[in-house]
Structure formats: C-alpha cells, structure tokens
Design a protein around this ligand. Sequence first.
Ligand SMILES: Cc1cc2nc3c(=O)[nH]c(=O)nc-3n(C[C@H](O)[C@H](O)[C@H](O)COP(=O)(O)OP(=O)(O)OC[C@H]3O[C@@H](n4cnc5c(N)ncnc54)[C@H](O)[C@@H]3O)c2cc1C
Length: 500
Amino acid sequence: MNINSNIVIIGCGMSGIAAAHRLIGAGFNNVRILEATGRSGGRIKTGKLGNSIVEIGANWIHGPSEGNPVFCLARQYGLLDPEALTPENQAVDVAGHPPWVPNIFSSSGRRLKAETLRPAVEVFFELMQESSEFHSKGGEPCASVGDFIRSKLQQRVAEIWKDVDANTRTLQMGAISSMLKVECSVNGTHSLDEVGLGAYGLYKTLPGLDCTFPGGYETLIKKMMSELPNGSVTYNQPVRCVHWNNTEKRKIPLTIECENGEKLSADHVIVTVPLGYLKKHHTTLFHPPLPLHKLHSIQRQGFGTNNKIFVEFDSPWWDADCEVIYLVWEDEDAIVDQEPDVQRPWIKKLFGFTVLKPTERYGHILCGWIAGHESEYMETLSEQEVMFAVTQLIRRFTGNPSITPRRIVRSQWFHDPWTCGSYSYPGKQCSMQDLENMMEPLPVKGLQSRPLQVLFAGEATHPSYYSTVHGALLSGWREADRLISHYSSISPSQLAKAKL
Ligand SMILES: Cc1cc2nc3c(=O)[nH]c(=O)nc-3n(C[C@H](O)[C@H](O)[C@H](O)COP(=O)(O)OP(=O)(O)OC[C@H]3O[C@@H](n4cnc5c(N)ncnc54)[C@H](O)[C@@H]3O)c2cc1C
C-alpha cells in the first residue's frame, strides 16, 4: 500500500508513536506528529536523581509476557534484564498484586510484623475481589468501590473483631486505611468513592512479574523513534483546535489549527491527548463540538493524580530484602483514604515507599507514592518543603531522629499543562459503553460526511488495559489499523475520487 492521504497525529506519547509506526510500516507516506512539548514519550519520562535514573512517569511493564506488546518490543530491542525474559518470570500470575517483601512501620515509631496485620489484609483483599466482580454480574449495590467497601467493612468488622481490644482494632483499621491509599495510587484517584463499582472489574491483568527497564523506560521510546523517518515529529507545536467536517465542496475535511496560528489540512487526525487534557479543553479543541454521547462518556470516565517522590539516602534504614515499606497511622480507625483538610496533613496520604532494586544499580533510593488532591497540593510546595515533610514522616515512623535524606526529586503530573493528571480509571456510572464511546471515531456512523475524520487513541481509550503503557500502545495500533483496513477496502478509483 502506498497512500498519500494526509494523516496528522496529535501527541507524541506511546499511543501516537505506535500509530505512526504502524501507518508508516503499512505504506502511508504522509504521516506527521504534532507534539506540544519539546520531547517524545509523554507520560513515559526518565529523569535523574544524583547519578541514578528514576522514572518520573511509567515505571513497570505490567504483566511482561507474550500477550503484552510492550514486553515483546522491549525484548526485541534487547532492553530488558535477562531475569525478565525467563519463562518462569513470564508465567507468574499475580493478578496485579506483586508479592513484594514488606517492612511495616506505625505512626508511634513501632516496627510491625506482617503477621500482625494479616486479618486486615485478608478482609481487604476479599472486598477488593468482590468489588471487581460486579461488572460481569451487573446490579451493583452502590455507586462506588469506596461506598461498597465501607458498608461491607462495617458488617464484617463487627463480626470478626467483636472480641478484640480497642488498640488491636485501631491498628487493623489503620492498616485498612493504608491499603485504601495504596489503591488510590494504583487507580490514580483521589478516593475510591470516585471509582465506579459497576465498571471496576473491567481492567484486565496479564501474567508475568512486573519488570523495569535497566536503562530507563525512555530507551523504548528512543528505539521506536529511531525507526520513524526523520522529521516525522514537529515539537513545541501545541494544537489549539481540530476543525472537522469542513463542508465546503472539494475541501479536505480537516483543518488543524496550532497555538502559533499555523493551519494544516488533513484527511484524518488521530487525537492522543491525555483524558485530563481532553476533559479540560474539549470545548476549544473541537469545532464543531464533540457529540453529546461522547462528551458524557469523557465526563464519566475518571482521571486523577498519582505522584512519586524519590528519596535518596546514604545508607538504608530498611531490611536488605525489603521491596516495599508501608506506613500505618494508628489514629485512622474511621477508614480514611482522603484527608479532610489537604493542606496540613497532606503527607498522611503517602502510603509508603517502594525500594529501587537492585541496590548495585540504584544505591539507596526509595520511591514514595501519593495520590489525589493531597498529591496535587504537594506539587505546589517547594522541593525543600516536600523533603522536610518526608524527613519528619520517616523519623516519626522509624523512631530514629537522625535519618536524613541526601536529596529528592518528585513528579508533578497534575500541573503538567499537557497531561492535567496521571491516568484514567472508571468513574461512577461508567460502563463498557462509555469506553466504547471514547474510542468511536468521528463523524459517527450513518452520517453522510467523509468517514474516519477524527480518530481517538491513548490509554484512556483502551477498554481493558486503560492506565497502562501497553493499553496506550494497543490503542495507537488499533486506530492505525482502522485506517489501514479502510484504505484496503476501497478501490483505487474510489481512492482517487476521495483525494479530489
Ligand atoms: C506517575 C505515573 C506512573 C505510571 N506508571 C505506569 C507503569 O508502571 N506501567 C504502565 O504500564 N503505565 C504506567 N503509567 C501510565 C502510562 O505512563 C500511560 O498510560 C501512557 O504512557 C500513556 O500514553 P499516551 O500516549 O496515551 O499518552 P501520553 O504519554 O500522555 O501522550 C500524549 C501526548 O500528547 C501531548 N499533547 C497534549 N496536548 C496536546 C496538544 N494540544 N497538542 C499537541 N500535543 C499535545 C502531550 O504532551 C503528550 O506527549 C504511569 C503514569 C504515571 C503518570
């Protein structure tokens, strides 16, 4: 196929790059990516802390096995550690919950045994499992995962812990609050009260123990970019408006208007901007406006914030085999995953740290995780203020007043003007239909205008792998394939007419 149709892709993240790759590979020779920033990769962003690389955005290949195209590409390019390639690693099925070795500390400076908190962990995982089953059963009993967990927990706690003393009960409830905060980070939401119960189980996991890129996630972007023709991307070129359905006779259907006033004509545009950006700017980004059903689906789908705070130490204060550190507040027996006044105790939303491994590569670096409005508030503070809060937190939980971090670096995804948050999750009242509406091209089927003018890709448009890099990649391929099969199904004479 050698197609001269003019295709513009908005956004040079994984989905935009994947779409360009596929189209160019299929013989389309007029593909151009417009990117608002000065770099490729979008939410794949590798940074530095001292001499070590740290992932400001995506961290792991979730489910690195044959069914994951990110894993297959990374393997093909030779970017992974040998351990990640073993059949054993690919076969492990942890259903999204890696079996990390924990160290647990409480707010009174005590070290807790995992055994002590096992009852809380069991109840919590039972409830999360039940929450994920409603999408196939239908008829969810309440609107959100948070509502469901709270109501069920009250009943179960009254039964299971009726004979335990107040202190033990408070500790177990504190542990449940910590696990709720973990789930807020995983889902990229302020609170599980905002995550729709009916659609919660739509997310699918793949087998394989999550792995990282030894040279950074951006090594994958660099490899993919090196296979695109030079000049495929125009950087620092934010798009202001997509004018679609141009009706004047003989006119090609689309005009892409950039912030700098430049205007480009196109036959097709693939929009890959993040859902956070779309929610904020859809009124100005499309002319005519998006159809109402699509807009409502964009509004129903959730997009929240999850940030990382990397902290480096001269020496570790955790065990050599520790992979994750959990912090349990002993004053949170009312099951909290959101702080009422975000400004004062914002740090309480940070559930703990993952340990960067192997130590020979990273030294002693922890990655703190914080989601929601507290995380958005954290972004407004100076690095010194964040470092001070983290230091106080660690000193309190370890009971060791001499622990002092060497340096920190944090992400600020909410205030990134081209992302406006971290990733998507199914919001309240969200259903499979909404996810299908998200990926539906414009104009909708049945209208007389030229088909496939505006196509939609990006992680939030994948029906089961939303919020991931592999979801983003598959969505880019999906929209490229839509165009490829469209052009394969029309005859050369129709094609010539379409170009008139
Ligand atoms: C903190 C964090 C941790 C994560 N961890 C993981 C993980 O461990 N594993 C995993 O699989 N996924 C993870 N993700 C999610 C993953 O990074 C994303 O799902 C994926 O990278 C999204 O790719 P995308 O192409 O859909 O969007 P993006 O990468 O956001 O690309 C969109 C591009 O559009 C550009 N753009 C926006 N507006 C305009 C405009 N008007 N004009 C032109 N360009 C525009 C943006 O600058 C951006 O480059 C994480 C994300 C975050 C934020």
